[in-house]
Design a binder for this molecule. Structure first.
Ligand SMILES: [Zn+2]
Length: 198
């Protein structure tokens, strides 16, 4: 394989959900049909790279001209319940499930000694400040169910104890390694409905 195509394959293979075979097929399609595939993709990548940022309040993906984001400013949403997720990408499947109409707070990751993620790198102080300022009655933890997710849930619950807010957690087993980003809508709906106190 010639070098530029091999490099393209390597880059594509790093994307989640694309194995080596599909990355190779995608790379070949891109060089075969530049006008239909490669050029719009390059334009979309450049636009997304320049425009997408995280909401300064909740951490969800938004654009520079919409900060706070649409989720934060939507008056029809229930501001008394905050759903805490690890990454902004986790908000997308929760919204798709249609089962949650409150607001969100992305921590920016989870505690992980292996990845050197300590509590100082999570947006927990911002969360506590929002609970106090926005009149939040319940914080729903939508974190992964592995050891790091459990440790993070414990840490967040402890950090919020002084505020007196009710802290709940999703009811059951979501995929541990991928967080909630790949959970199907029905699983998420059940997990939200059956949430329990931490
Ligand atoms: Zn927001």
């Amino acid at each position: 394989m010639i070098a530029p195509i091999a490099e393209l394959e390597r880059c594509l293979a790093r994307l989640p959900g694309l194995g080596r075979r599909s990355a190779s097929r995608a790379a070949l399609a891109l060089v075969r049909e530049p006008a239909r595939l490669a050029e719009p993709l390059m334009a979309a990548l450049a636009a997304a790279h320049g425009a997408v940022r995280c909401c300064s309040r909740c951490g969800a993906f938004t654009t520079a001209d919409r900060d706070p984001c649409g989720l934060c400013t939507d008056e029809t949403r229930d501001g008394s319940i905050l759903c805490v997720v690890e990454e902004p990408a986790d908000i997308v499947p929760l919204e798709a499930s249609g089962a949650f109409r409150g607001r969100y707070h992305a921590l920016g990751g989870k505690l992980s000694p292996a990845r050197r993620m300590g509590p100082e790198r999570l947006r927990v102080a911002e969360l506590a400040a929002r609970v106090a300022k926005e009149g939040v009655a319940e914080v729903l933890l939508a974190l992964s169910t592995d050891m790091d997710g459990d440790a993070t849930a414990g840490y967040v619950a402890e950090s919020l104890r002084a505020t007196g807010v009710k802290v709940t957690r999703l009811a059951f087993g979501l995929p541990a390694d991928s967080g909630i980003a790949y959970s199907d809508p029905l699983t998420l709906k059940r997990a939200i409905t059956g949430r329990r106190a931490v």
